[in-house]
Design a protein around this ligand. Structure first.
Ligand SMILES: Cc1cc2nc3c(=O)[nH]c(=O)nc-3n(C[C@H](O)[C@H](O)[C@H](O)COP(=O)(O)OP(=O)(O)OC[C@H]3O[C@@H](n4cnc5c(N)ncnc54)[C@H](O)[C@@H]3O)c2cc1C
Length: 429
């Protein structure tokens, strides 16, 4: 058994790991054949030509500031888009622009007035769960109509047990709510009003960043021996380390490092992404994505790649549409291949019934085991695990390493910062 010289390593070459490697010079060990994590594109052939899809559904970069945007521009051209999203009520076939609470006029004057009155009510106490927070914030009517059933699907039923999270995503400006309920213009926006996407596609950005990072693909870390500061890889290699930057899910790092706590890890949910391409249906929305409170197949969001960028379509196929559909599952409840194939076909049929698609020409599905991370009320698990890892020279970064909601921009920022700091102090505490 050959052991490499001790040094710093990054575990995972998604956005966080690539950014950290680029700035620190340390190698990122990546289990997959290519870097980028779920931020990768692929093409599915069809009689009409190739449909371009992404592993994790459309990945639009929101939340970039001027400095980050300058960094991104070093890796190619980016295009900016003004977000177009809506809530879709399948029973009625109605599309209401997001944020829903700012466009209540679409629900009719009686319902709109009721929702406004409920949101005006005095709020008492601090809700412990996401469900209680939603009901307190939006009132029983909007919760019943949309926020409740949507969050039931989005969190795979966990919303009544987990702590409130990402509260900035749902703004509540009473002036906008009242104006919108009367059909007036809305001044405030949502949390991601504009977003960027690489002109040459997400793969081009990942490859450009990867070419300026040091990445070892097919290098899956199996175990971390914290006593001897050694990493064991699936291919049998053993490497010493002075420090590690783990960007893989925190519960996986804890398991690899043999850190057992008395408490259960906080929950996470998986997502099954169904990608579909075909002839555009007569009722296909022009939005970039829509949220649905109910669907026969159980999905909660439908995105339209080709409403952002026509290059997701086969060449010269303007009458086609390229779609991604997300459905959440509890961790460890992965459907079999046969169930996934049936589900994907069912989704296609449902979207055809909704008039979004006329025919399906290409389809494929991807499983993302750790897609969303959650916290149970009062849990100290995250802090306790990160503290124990830090004692062994293992640092964490990114959406999954730090177990908190964030997009690509924030993951890149964290990777850059962690990489720069580790380069400066060599990981010593
Ligand atoms: C359904 C969905 C939709 C999203 N949409 C958007 C969006 O529109 N815009 C946006 O900005 N963000 C979006 N995000 C968030 C975005 O995907 C993340 O912020 C980003 O991908 C996180 O990158 P990361 O490098 O931290 O993690 P990851 O991309 O998960 O990187 C971790 C890497 O570690 C590797 N790995 C795992 N285990 C091991 C091991 N044992 N050894 C070695 N390597 C290992 C993995 O293969 C992976 O490449 C979305 C996320 C999901 C789930």
């Amino acid at each position: 058994m050959m052991m490499r010289k001790a040094q710093g390593w990054i575990i995972g070459a998604g956005m966080t790991g690539l950014a950290a490697s680029h700035v620190s010079g340390a190698a990122a060990l990546e289990a997959a054949e290519r870097p980028g994590g779920i931020c990768r594109s692929y093409v599915v052939p069809s009689a009409a030509g190739g449909y371009r899809f992404e592993i994790g559904g459309g990945h639009w970069v929101f939340g970039g500031d001027t400095i980050l945007n300058c960094f991104l521009a070093r890796f190619g051209e980016w295009r900016s888009y003004r977000r177009k999203s809506a809530v879709y009520f399948p029973g009625e076939g109605t599309l209401v622009p997001c944020p829903l609470q700012y466009h209540l006029a679409a629900l009719g004057p009686k319902l709109a007035a009721q929702c406004v009155a409920e949101m005006r009510r005095e709020r008492r106490g601090t809700p412990r769960t996401m469900a209680a927070w939603i009901e307190q914030r939006f009132g029983p009517t909007l919760t019943r109509i949309f926020f409740g059933p949507f969050h039931e699907l989005y969190t795979a039923g966990l919303w009544t047990a987990i702590a409130p999270q990402d509260t900035y995503k749902t703004p509540l400006n009473m002036e906008d709510i009242v104006r919108g309920a009367g059909g007036g213009p809305v001044v405030g926006g949502g949390y991601n009003g504009t977003f960027l996407y690489p002109a040459a596609g997400l793969d081009a950005f990942v490859d450009a960043l990867g070419s300026r990072a040091s990445v070892e693909t097919r290098a899956q870390v199996k175990r971390i021996d914290t006593d001897r500061r050694r990493l064991e890889l699936a291919d049998g290699r053993v490497m010493g380390y002075e420090w590690l930057l783990a960007t893989v899910p925190l519960d996986d790092v804890a398991r690899m490092a043999g850190i057992g706590l008395d408490v259960e890890p906080d929950p996470s949910t998986a997502v099954l992404v169904a990608n579909l391409g075909g002839r555009r249906g007569p009722k296909c929305p022009s939005q970039h994505w829509i949220y649905v409170p109910r669907s026969r197949s159980g999905f909660h969001r439908v995105g339209f790649y080709s409403n952002v960028d026509a290059r997701f379509l086969p060449v010269e196929a303007a009458d086609r549409v390229s779609v991604y559909v997300e459905r959440s599952f509890r961790r460890g409840r992965r459907p079999s291949d046969a169930e996934t194939a049936k589900y994907t076909a069912d989704v296609g049929q449902e979207l055809c019934e909704w008039g979004f698609l006329e025919t399906i020409e290409a389809s494929s599905a991807n499983w993302v085991e750790t897609a969303y991370t959650w916290t149970t009320p009062g849990s100290q698990w995250r802090e306790a695990v990160i503290g124990r890892l830090n004692e062994s020279g293992i640092f964490t970064a990114g959406r999954y390493g730090n177990w908190r909601f964030q997009g690509i921009a924030e993951s890149l920022r964290e990777g850059l910062l962690a990489g720069a700091m580790l380069r400066e102090n060599g990981g010593s505490r």
